[in-house]
Design a protein around this ligand. Structure first.
Ligand code: THU
Length: 130
């Protein structure tokens, strides 16, 4: 993982809006257009309306012109290793391949590298829907 991707995730984490959980998370994507897109979790007083860092980064990628995740980094301030939640795994999988690597980081760098396949085995796939 490049230092740029790691730093983008860490900088994004600093922008988290997490007044309720006080659990800032940052995510950064190296996309197929060569650009890095980042995002943080954005919570809401109506708790279910908040969302995770990963979809913020995915939204930035799509709106910035990226179409595919080449690599991704996730970092949480209060956890040495922050595994993306189940819903986020499905969201990441939409834009990744089985071998796409997701780097789980702490503030020093990568703690664990996982492939999409490892993060979300036996995932929902069908050619019926496209
Ligand atoms: N969170 C993320 O941003 N990504 C994850 O994959 C796990 C959880 C956020 C959601 C919420 O704002 C806070 O962490 C505590 O659950």
């Amino acid at each position: 993982m490049s230092q740029t991707l790691f730093e983008a995730a860490r900088t994004a984490m600093e922008k988290a809006y997490a007044p309720y959980s006080k659990f800032p998370v940052g995510a950064a994507i190296l996309a197929d257009d060569g650009k890095v897109y980042a995002g943080a979790n954005i919570e809401n007083l109506s708790f279910p309306q908040g969302w995770c860092a990963e979809p913020t980064a995915i939204g930035a990628m799509i709106m910035g012109g990226g179409r595919k995740i080449v690599e991704m980094a996730v970092i949480a301030e209060k956890l040495a290793l922050c595994p993306p939640c189940g819903g986020c795994r499905q969201k990441i999988a939409e834009f990744a391949d089985a071998q796409t690597r997701v780097f789980l980081c702490d503030d020093q760098g990568v703690q664990k590298t996982m492939t999409m396949e490892e993060l979300l085995p036996f995932s929902f796939k069908t050619e019926i829907l496209g």
